[in-house]
Design a protein around this ligand. Structure first.
Ligand code: DBV
Length: 245
């Protein structure tokens, strides 16, 4: 059972239809990583598969898909725009652990001023509201993460897998399509100051996500600390390294 495979398949097909997609290089040891956890009857293979694409306006579109049986399924899917566009990040964190499902879906803003919200949050408020009423608020999340969310942050811990397969899947499709509408429309930034602001905001976001990656514990247990740090800084949140090289 791979709960999030349909999400991934849908996303890749849609991206191929709507963008001029090319491959984004994935460092060698990251394309697919396998391990066996547990012993005897509890033995379980855990496979992490990585996907990377880019398009003229999107620097990196990447997914990490963890499949480890019914009680370990994760799809973390993020789109990082090129630095000469003011697009938000598309962020989906779809997590199934022994304790249940945890769903985060958002278009994470670069800025919080009214113009920016008007441009990138207001148009998706109707979509947000449509789903929010059926998805109970997921409860507390780290205070320091708040600056990185938009008013359209869907954050929920569904009790039933069926809710993930239906409502959450539908929300994921709508958010991704709405995001690609923004991509279609967005115009290149020419203004020097604005470019600097975008760069700084992207760096802040990437640094935060790399430092606080909630998957660090899981990946370290599965594949060791060295692999995990490389994976985080060399692939999942690689902007700093790309700028340095
Ligand atoms: N989260 C990532 C990456 C993952 C990943 C790259 C490749 O950023 C998985 C894997 N997220 C992941 C896992 C957990 C969470 C939790 C495995 C469970 C951690 C655990 O319980 O051991 C949203 N994800 C979370 C939490 C939040 C988010 C708020 C709970 C953390 C906590 O309670 O401390 N991640 C966070 C977020 C986005 C995101 C807002 C963007 C939409 O991707």
């Amino acid at each position: 059972m791979s709960l999030y495979q349909p999400f991934l398949d849908y996303a890749i097909t849609l991206l191929q239809e709507r963008l001029e997609l090319r491959e984004y290089p994935i460092p060698e040891d990251f394309e697919q990583k396998k391990t066996i956890t547990g012993k005897g009857k509890k033995e379980q293979e855990v496979v992490t598969t990585s996907y990377g694409f880019a398009s003229p306006k999107l620097r990196q579109i990447r997914a990490a898909h963890v499949e480890g049986g019914n009680s370990l399924q994760v799809l973390n899917f993020v789109i990082f725009p090129e630095l000469n566009y003011d697009l938000p990040f598309f962020g989906a964190d779809l997590v199934t652990l022994p304790g249940g499902h945890l769903i985060a879906l958002d278009m994470q803003p670069l800025f919080h001023d009214r113009d920016y919200q008007h441009k990138y949050s207001q148009p998706i408020l109707p979509i947000f509201e449509k789903y929010q009423k059926d998805l109970e608020w997921g409860g507390d999340f780290p205070e320091e993460a708040k600056p990185f969310f938009s008013p359209c942050f869907l954050w929920t811990r569904p009790q039933k897998t069926e809710v993930v397969e239906t409502i959450v899947f539908s929300a994921f499709k709508d958010y991704l399509n709405a995001y690609l509408d923004f991509v279609d429309k967005v115009e290149e930034i020419i203004d020097r100051n604005r470019l600097t602001e975008v760069l700084n905001s992207q760096k802040k976001y990437l640094t935060y996500r790399a430092e606080k990656d909630p998957a660090r514990g899981m990946f370290t247990r599965l594949y060791g600390a060295e692999w995990t740090e490389e994976y985080i800084h060399g692939f999942l949140f690689d902007l700093e390294r790309k700028l340095a090289s």
